[in-house]
Design a protein around this ligand. Structure first.
Ligand code: ATP
Ligand code: MG
Length: 590
């Protein structure tokens, strides 16, 4: 673990790199690693320079073609978490073999998101890698496969190739080019590389079995022509490896032991093994070779994680960008107020399974509540303000009140704020005619103004339309919280408030779930029909005056309301804008 104070890593790093204390996080992958350790499968391996290699090497291999989302966070916590817990290493590797979709912007945000989550690929010698750095090696290995008779250049049209592939009930047909001499294929491949052909004119295919029941083994393509500019290698290449060919090679080059991917790659595993076996025979790799293991991807209710659909939300301005706090992107949930610890807690709680299932959004939200309950300082916010006038309070006078920063942590001190003649309270805290069981303000009732005095309601002012414009009360000067007299008053209501003359007026964005349907895009549904019309409401609220010093990303529990974060984008010095991260209780359950 690197301790470089200048590395600018979030201070959560220490937490992320401590062994997971949660035994529930044991899973089938740990079982596999444990038995590999017991059998000594990966011991005594050395890297190219003769240095001993750790017995567990994983990688997180994003394609830099979009923003990471909560599903990727699961994979990050899994891969980096295994490396951490087994004293191994985990590379952050950009799988940038498809030049037309990839951009530097995505590389930057992905690096930022992984670091923010609290993981460091440098631990135990892990590295930041780019598959594009291996293009020369991939190319040489493809040439070897051609020379050894394990691959050939196919010159069929794309249509013929698709037709001859067969389908699930019918075997495929051999390409007429399948048995062309290796020298001819090699010559064509070199000319493909030299730029002599147009996209799609030729393709390199592995020579396996056109009758295989596994479609992925019917001579899969391994190299194709793409006259495209690559964000890192520029115009050096016009042939690019296919994902299924490149991925096992990347793993083997990096000495990965456990290559963890999502279930849809299960049928690709035979090819993964085939290609590594052939290259081991050719002396490119030594055994033990990396093994691929599949786990269930995260499916989160009330969310979508398809990159294409997320892009649609952004492009059609349904949300305010990739980092809109309602987005399931890492930049979005971070801006929403999520902490790295909450996301790790979530990943621990959901575990890792071998069968697909749905995880309820409330588990993610619950992890945030549990993390912030301990951490977040308390503050008072009046979100739907109504004036309360204490008629017998001396004009122009203030009295200081105090409250703990955190109710369970007296050592974190107190915060102070003034009470004065005019206050803001919540509209819902007054009723002219109380309903049954209502014990807040109504004429004749006494309540405590939290951390302040007991008051008795005397009535309210109304405008011409009958709307309540201000509530009136009188206070009992000997009833102040924390004084002896306080105990002489027994009241049921305990209301929060801020002093009108001192409160900070602030924009508060009341975020809620983006979708009101738990499965917004299931079964071919149009996810735009499932949007929650109330997922964002912008209000002007009155906050405890100390909130003016809140810095971007500072999180608070606004008493009675929930957890809020000072927006990292729009907050200004002395003028924070707050986002609701999550309510205090789950209102979606029933
Ligand atoms: P694409 O369609 O572009 O391939 P992708 O979501 O698979 O999208 P990648 O960049 O290929 O994106 O993913 C990087 C890693 O994250 C992969 O190892 C992938 O298995 C994992 N991953 C992606 N989505 C999820 C998910 N919902 N749950 C768990 N892991 C995921
Ligand atoms: Mg992918």
């Amino acid at each position: 673990m690197s301790n470089d104070p200048k590395s600018g890593k979030p201070d959560t790093k220490a937490d992320a790199n401590a062994p997971s204390p949660n035994p529930a996080s044991s899973n089938f992958l740990r079982g596999i690693i444990d038995s590999d350790l017991a059998s000594g499968k990966h011991t005594q391996r050395k890297d190219q320079s003769g240095q001993p290699l750790p017995t567990v090497i994983t990688r997180f291999p994003p394609e830099p073609n979009g923003y990471l989302h909560i599903g990727h966070a699961k994979s990050i916590c899994l891969n980096f978490g295994l490396a951490r817990d087994y004293a191994g290493r985990c590379n952050l590797r950009f799988d940038d073999t498809n030049p037309t979709k990839e951009e530097q912007e995505y590389v930057d945000t992905i690096i930022d998101s992984v670091q923010w989550l609290g993981f460091d690929w440098q631990d135990q010698g892990g590295e930041l890698r780019f598959a594009s750095d291996y293009f020369d090696q991939f190319y040489a290995m493809a040439e070897y496969l051609i020379t050894a008779g394990h691959a050939y250049v196919d010159s069929q049209s794309a249509d013929d190739m698709a037709k001859n592939r067969g389908n699930f009930s019918e075997p495929g047909k051999n390409s007429p080019f399948r048995d062309r001499p290796a020298e001819e294929s090699l010559d064509l491949f070199r000319r493909m590389k030299a730029g002599e052909f147009k996209d799609g004119e030729h393709i390199v295919r592995a020579k396996i079995d056109m009758a295989s029941p596994n479609m992925n083994m019917r001579d899969p393509a391994i190299y194709r022509i793409r006259h495209a500019h690559h964000h890192r290698t520029g115009d050096k290449w016009c042939v690019y490896p296919m994902y299924d060919f490149a991925h096992p090679l990347e793993d083997a080059i990096e000495n990965v032991t456990h290559s963890i991917c999502t279930l849809e790659f299960q049928d690709h595993r035979p090819f993964y093994d085939w290609v590594l076996e052939r290259l081991a025979e050719g002396g490119f790799f030594t055994k033990p070779l990396p093994n691929q293991y599949e786990f269930a991807r995260l499916n989160l209710t009330y969310a979508i994680t398809s990159k294409r659909k997320l892009l649609q939300l952004v492009e059609e301005n349904i949300v305010d960008g990739w980092d809109d706090p309602r987005m399931p992107t890492i930049v979005g949930i971070r801006r929403r107020g999520y902490t790295p610890e909450a996301i790790q807690l979530f990943a621990d709680r959901i575990g890792v399974a071998k069968a697909d299932s749905w995880i309820d959004m409330s588990i993610l939200e619950g992890a945030l509540r549990d993390d912030l309950d301990e951490k977040a300082p308390r503050a008072i916010a009046v979100l739907r303000p109504l004036k309360l006038i204490i008629d017998n309070f001396p004009e122009g006078e203030t009295v200081e009140c105090s409250a703990p920063v955190h109710p369970h942590h007296p050592e974190r001190g107190v915060r102070t704020f003034p009470i004065s003649k005019e206050l803001w309270i919540e509209q819902e805290d007054y009723m002219e005619v109380p309903s049954k069981g209502y014990f807040r303000l109504f004429p004749g009732n006494k309540v405590r103004l939290r951390y302040g005095y007991v008051v008795e309601c005397t009535g309210a002012d109304k405008d011409a339309d009958g709307n309540i414009t201000a509530v009136h009360c009188t206070y009992f000067p000997d009833s102040k919280s924390g004084t002896e007299g306080a105990n002489n008053y027994k009241v049921k209501g305990n209301l929060h408030w801020v002093s009108a003359a001192h409160a900070l007026e602030a924009e508060v964005r009341m975020y809620d779930r983006l979708f009101s349907d738990p499965h917004p895009d299931a079964g071919g549904k149009d996810f735009k029909q499932a949007l929650n019309p109330n997922s964002k409401e912008v209000i002007t609220a009155y906050l405890e005056q100390g909130m003016s010093s809140a810095k971007p990303d500072d999180k608070f529990q606004f008493e009675r309301h929930g957890y809020f974060v000072a927006d990292r984008v729009d907050s200004k010095d002395g003028k924070p804008v707050f986002n609701r991260a999550v309510t205090l209780k789950d209102g979606w359950g029933k």
